[in-house]
Design a protein around this ligand. Structure first.
Ligand SMILES: *Cc1c(COP(=O)(O)O)cnc(C)c1O
Length: 387
């Protein structure tokens, strides 16, 4: 017997962990497969000329991608999810919803690729922008112009783990007639749900915690804004930065274990941050879970836990390079959010594209993505590398 296909929204009444497994993921109607199949197809047989069953061509839509979009939208508390081939594909499509002459205000320590996209691709196209410290609401008002259409927030930020008060910045943006987008890559919906705090859209690099296993590149947008749903639906097809069915499947699989993985990442990061704080070779630790972190209070208010990212300074660029070379469990690599721990030096690595810009980072900064290995093993590895 085939079960009635439930309205995907009916599962929205259940809790986060349950929705991660069930939203958009009914057993397949034909065989009852409990995992959503990988629909590896580029086109669909039509019922009649110009009458497709659902989609006419797979750039516009695919059942595996659709399941991932519905599940992520449910977890973020939005009405519509859009999946992309990369986080930057999602960002590009999001920003193309604006037009030449429009102005964007963004945090002064956003992801380097976001800055590069605005400075070197969309600025020449006519979009203008100002980078400023969004933890300072006066700086935000000063940066707004009559042309400001969007405020772009990233919190916790990369790599300094600065915290922006989402509700406060959203209120200021709206008062000005602008919208707010939050890059929720570092926190994930397991820890922070920006739409409920006033964001008009959330963007993700699915490559990181949502995928969670360092085996795909992907991106996403979730929004409940009707105008943006229409425009983004058009742009997805018109721009074409869409993910393949295999990556959509991996993203959906990652989503199922997001809540439990985030618990382990957070516990590990807390232990690692406490160890680093007590180590004589470390001069500063950036982790929003520490009481003396400037964003600690806001983070405690708007996040369920403090995340799996920690960065710290060691006094000189040479020492930073040395530590990153010497760890064994922490692989020396860019990216973050996978089950395995990673270490990197942002200055010459992830943030090389912002050297000389207002987003330049200290050269003795080391960034850790704390994986889900046993925290004691990670601490021993760091202790060896620092001594
Ligand atoms: C990695 C990252 C991006 C870009 O995503 P890709 O999947 O690499 O294109 C955007 N924002 C943040 C915060 C990121 O960490």
């Amino acid at each position: 017997m085939t079960r009635e296909r439930r309205d995907p929204r009916s599962s929205d009444r259940s809790r986060f962990e349950t929705r991660a497994i069930h939203a958009g993921q009914n057993p397949d109607a034909l065989y009852g497969a409990v995992t959503v199949p990988i629909y590896q197809t580029s086109t669909y047989a039509q019922l009649e000329v110009g009458v497709p069953k659902v989609w006419d061509y797979a750039r516009g839509g695919n059942p595996t991608r659709e399941a991932f979009q519905q599940a992520l939208a449910s977890l973020e508390g939005g009405t519509q999810g859009f999946a992309f081939a990369s986080g930057l594909g999602a960002e590009t499509t999001m920003l193309l919803a604006l037009g030449p002459g429009d102005h964007v205000v963004l945090a002064d320590d956003v992801y380097g690729g976001t800055y590069r996209l605005l400075a070197h691709v969309l600025s020449p196209w006519g979009l203008t922008f100002t980078a400023t410290d969004l933890s300072d609401l006066d700086a935000l008002s000063a940066a707004m112009t009559p042309a400001t259409k969007l405020v772009w927030v990233e919190t916790p930020s990369n790599p300094l783990l600065k915290i922006v008060d989402i509700a406060a910045v959203g209120a200021a943006a709206h008062e000005h007639g602008a919208r707010m987008v939050v890059d929720n890559t570092f926190a994930t919906p397991a820890l922070q749900r920006p739409l409920a705090l006033g964001a008009d859209a959330v963007v993700h690099s699915v490559t990181k915690y949502i995928g969670g296993h360092s085996d795909l590149i992907g991106g996403a947008i979730v929004t409940s804004d009707e105008e943006w749903i229409d425009r983004l639906g058009f742009l997805v097809n018109a721009v074409g930065a869409v993910p393949g069915p295999m990556d959509s499947y991996l993203a959906l699989r990652g989503l199922k274990t997001l809540a439990v993985r985030m618990q382990a990442h957070c516990a590990g990061a807390r232990a690692v941050a406490a160890f680093l704080e007590s180590h004589p070779a470390v001069t500063t630790v950036h982790f929003p879970g520490l009481d003396d972190h400037p964003g600690h209070e806001v983070a405690a208010r708007q996040m369920g836990d403090f995340g799996g990212m920690v960065s710290f300074r060691v006094g000189s660029a040479t020492k930073a390079l040395e530590v990153a070379r010497r760890t064994e469990l922490f692989f020396l690599a860019e990216s973050l959010g996978g089950v395995e721990s990673l270490i990197e030096v942002p200055g010459p690595m992830t943030h090389a594209s912002v050297a000389g810009s207002p987003l330049e980072v200290p050269d003795d900064l080391v960034r850790l993505s704390v994986g889900i290995e046993h925290p004691d093993d990670l601490i021993e590895d760091l202790d060896r590398a620092l001594s």
